[in-house]
Ligand binder design. Structure first.
Ligand code: NAP
Length: 291
């Protein structure tokens, strides 16, 4: 298949490109460096030449900078405006694209959905993350006439990027703390499983609509911190870092660490028969620490 990946230069995109090329697909990357200018809504008309499927990953990094009002606008615009540009080009230009797989995020349920289990039919939350993700999914819904899949991605774990090195570093240096209450849910997924999920969404005709992209066994933040510490033979110091202190340091985006979600993977397992290599965090951590 001829596949175009937007934001393919990033953490998920690089691994996905490698996987798809190894599986025999032809992969092209759409980057701000070449091919499109999201801010000015311009796209090279030849970008879609021969393309049959699009994976849409582009978006400004949620945890890269403090959430000022300007940054919040950028986080939303980079996702919504990039999706709208693709939707417009797909509507107005001749093309052979039949499948559109978009990243979304479990932030759809809000930064903190408490102890409830979120399924794909759980309503969206009411904070900034939920607003951003809802706007992004609404923009994806403007794409008509193709098979459209949205993957609500959890915390993506891999040794060389994403959240795992950020969590592991202080623990390895003997300054491991539990952040906030510790009972917040961490719905994670190993990058290898996520990449296989994207690949299945691209090729499995049954896949359409929204699926949670998380491992079957979420755990609390405290349990995850202790698993990482155990794997590195390190202690975790008490007491917990209180939420108000994290808010002083991080501002509103502290909710990314003080909040959490328990998200269900049942739909993709039951409907598409997706099987995980890493179901439990205790299995993933062995690979993350020993690679
Ligand atoms: N990693 C996670 O744990 C996680 C969890 C949930 C959801 N997601 C979502 O999955 C997608 C991919 O995640 P990732 O971890 O691979 O992200 P990433 O490493 O930050 O890569 C995203 C890519 O998007 C492009 N991009 C950045 N800022 C942009 C902007 N202002 N306008 C348009 N494009 C922009 C960049 O490509 P160019 O510089 O080449 O244009 C970048 O390589 C993101 O949308 C993210 O929100 C990720």
């Amino acid at each position: 298949m001829h596949i175009l990946i937007t934001g393919g230069t990033g953490f998920i995109g690089q691994a996905l490109q490698k996987y798809l090329v190894n599986a025999g697909h032809d992969v092209r990357i759409l980057s701000r460096k070449s091919g499109w200018d999201v801010v000015n809504q311009i796209m090279d008309p030849h970008v879609l030449d021969g393309i049959e499927a699009i994976v849409h990953l582009a978006g400004a990094g949620i945890a890269d900078q403090r959430w000022t009002n300007a940054r919040k606008k950028e986080l939303i615009a980079s996702r919504v405006d990039s999706t709208r540009l693709l939707a417009r080009v797909l509507r107005t230009e001749k093309h052979q694209v039949h499948t559109f797989v978009s990243a979304s995020a479990i932030g759809f349920y809000g930064a903190d959905s408490g102890q409830q289990t979120c399924t794909e039919s759980t309503e969206s939350g009411s904070d900034f993350l939920a607003e951003c993700t809802q706007a992004w999914e609404d923009a994806v819904d403007e794409i008509k006439g193709l098979r459209v899949v949205k993957l609500r991605i959890g915390l993506v774990m891999d040794q060389d990027g994403g959240i795992f090195p950020v969590l592991a570093r202080p623990i390895r240096f003997f300054v491991g703390f539990v952040l906030g209450s510790g009972i917040q849910g961490q719905s994670w997924i190993h990058r290898e499983d996520l990449v296989r999920m994207f690949a299945q969404a691209l090729t499995d005709e049954r896949a359409h609509g929204v699926y949670n992209a998380v491992a079957p066994e979420p755990l609390t933040h405290a349990a995850m911190t202790h698993e990482i510490a155990r794997a590195y033979h390190r202690p975790v110091w008490w007491p917990h870092v209180p939420a108000f202190a994290l808010r002083l340091i991080l501002g509103e985006m502290a909710c990314l660490v003080t909040g959490g979600n328990f998200v269900s993977s049942a739909k993709i397992q039951n409907e598409l028969g997706f099987t995980f290599t890493y179901k439990r965090f205790s299995e993933a951590i062995k690979q993350l620490v020993h690679v």
